[in-house]
Design a protein around this ligand. Structure first.
Ligand SMILES: Nc1ncnc2c1ncn2[C@@H]1O[C@H](COP(=O)(O)OP(=O)(O)OP(=O)(O)O)[C@@H](O)[C@H]1O
Ligand SMILES: [Mg+2]
Length: 432
């Protein structure tokens, strides 16, 4: 086996649930700025925490617990697991953004990392200045960075905005630049968190291509993703995290296949009662995503179901809409749909997408949620719940898997003409 470049030994990360610091104040400030009923709204936001002092109670939980694994030089290792499993925390520990509570993580080599939006770039600096800043953090000389500069800007497709401060970038532009910097500044070890969640399909494809070529130049990559086909095509080994612990570490194909089987059996609902830890930002925060059957029985190819998305709108006055993309287990987007943009004031919003029966084939699906402002700015993108559509007993004598990405019930007419007897023409209409 090749030389170890990452050694993770017994890493644990404990978070205190109360006595919060980062994020809390900003969010509360945003909320109390709201004209109207700030107190009522704040109570709704923070789950009725009327006595802030009680929040100081020493409750904690382990976002990572006893995580150990090694990565060899030039390996591309995927990190998979449900929402909240600890994947981003692990990358933050490895890239020294946060300290582990227990254990030791050793990384040999220059590290480039592409983590959540908000890490890595300085908001007040321009795109150009951030490229140089990142390069020098990686220990590169000015001439080296200059040599790469045009390529970075061209790959990110932000030529026109390169001298604007990055705080004015949309989240897509920000992520494109961040990916391009991380990919081109030649780190020896690259940590990438969910980069493919942002940007359009064409850019995602370009990122995957770039990651493929990076891995072929012998660089080591740790790649967090919910996109199982990307993981399968790029990674040789996979760490499956479950509730902060390594559930499995091994060959990609085997681990991913067991992961998908488990995902199929898991609940089709995620919720964040506490807005501070909810996915989002100072504009919107997700509260709950759920896939609910028409009645209490499992969703089948015949039954309608609904996708419920609840979120907090923190913007004073904004035209927002909700969108979903439904992916199957092969990462094909089966369909997308969006609500009509609507003007909203701060508060809680519930958007429901009604999906008719007799549309989807039996398979495992995943929902990607978007919260959008002015029908173009993606304020939040989130890979969310999985759900399974089950087959039903069939009247026709065919028991194999029904082929096709979708399985619509279509009307058929069959016109059977017995040989030579034109007058006895029969027309039979069969409807399912
Ligand atoms: N700063 C923090 N303070 C308290 N809890 C935190 C903090 N950061 C993360 N957590 C919690 O730690 C757990 C692991 O979070 P993490 O972001 O690592 O999950 P993840 O696997 O990356 O999830 P996702 O797939 O949703 O990105 C979650 O329960 C999260 O709410
Ligand atoms: Mg994450």
């Amino acid at each position: 086996m090749s030389a170890r470049i990452i050694e993770v030994e017994g890493i644990g990360k404990r978070y205190w649930l109360h006595g919060r610091t980062r994020g809390y104040r900003t969010l509360r400030d945003t909320v109390s700025d709201v004209a109207g009923k700030p107190a009522q709204w704040a109570r709704a936001m923070f789950g009725g925490a009327k006595n802030p002092a009680r929040k100081e109670e020493k409750a904690h939980f382990w976002a990572l617990k006893d995580v150990s694994f090694d990565v060899g030089h030039g390996e591309v290792v995927g990190i998979i697991g449900r929402n909240g499993a600890g994947k981003s925390t692990l990358l933050k520990v490895l890239s020294r953004i946060t300290e582990p509570t227990t254990g030791i993580a050793k990384v040999y080599g220059r590290v480039g990392s592409l983590l959540e939006v908000g890490t890595g770039f300085h908001p007040e600096l321009t795109g150009r200045e951030n490229i140089f800043l990142n390069g020098s953090i990686l220990g590169m000389r000015k001439a080296e960075i200059e040599r790469k500069f045009d390529e970075i800007v061209a790959f990110a497709e932000i030529e026109k905005f390169i001298d604007e401060p990055v705080k004015r970038y949309s989240s897509g532009m920000y992520m494109r630049l961040a990916f391009s910097v991380a990919a081109h500044l030649e780190p020896e070890v690259l940590f990438i968190d969910e980069v493919l969640a942002v940007g359009d399909a064409a850019f995602q494809k370009k990122c995957l291509g770039k990651m493929g070529s990076i891995s072929r130049t012998g660089r080591t990559v740790l790649f967090v993703s919910h996109n199982m086909s990307a993981v399968q095509s790029l990674c040789t080994r996979v760490v499956w995290l479950n509730r902060g612990q390594v559930h499995e570490f091994g060959d990609t194909r085997a681990v991913v296949s067991r992961y998908l089987q488990t995902a199929a059996r898991s609940a089709s609902e995620e919720s964040w009662p506490d807005p501070e830890n909810a996915p989002g930002n100072d504009k919107v925060r997700l509260k709950r995503v759920a896939v609910l059957p028409f009645d209490d029985r499992p969703i089948t190819v015949e039954t309608p179901f609904r996708i419920e998305i609840e979120f907090w709108n923190l913007l004073e006055r904004a035209t927002l809409n909700t969108a979903v993309e439904i992916f199957n287990h092969e990462e094909i987007c089966v369909f997308s749909s969006f609500s009509r943009p609507q003007e909203m004031t701060p508060g809680s919003v519930t958007a429901v997408c009604h999906v008719p029966g007799e549309l989807l084939n039996d398979a495992l699906y995943r929902i990607k949620v978007f919260l959008v402002r002015d029908a173009r700015e993606q304020l939040l993108i989130r890979d969310s719940v999985n759900f399974e559509v089950h087959d039903v007993e069939r009247e026709v004598a065919y028991f194999g898997k029904w082929t096709g990405v979708v399985r619509p019930a279509l009307r058929w007419t069959v016109d059977a003409q017995p040989d030579g007897i034109e007058s006895q023409r029969q027309s039979v209409t069969v409807e399912r």
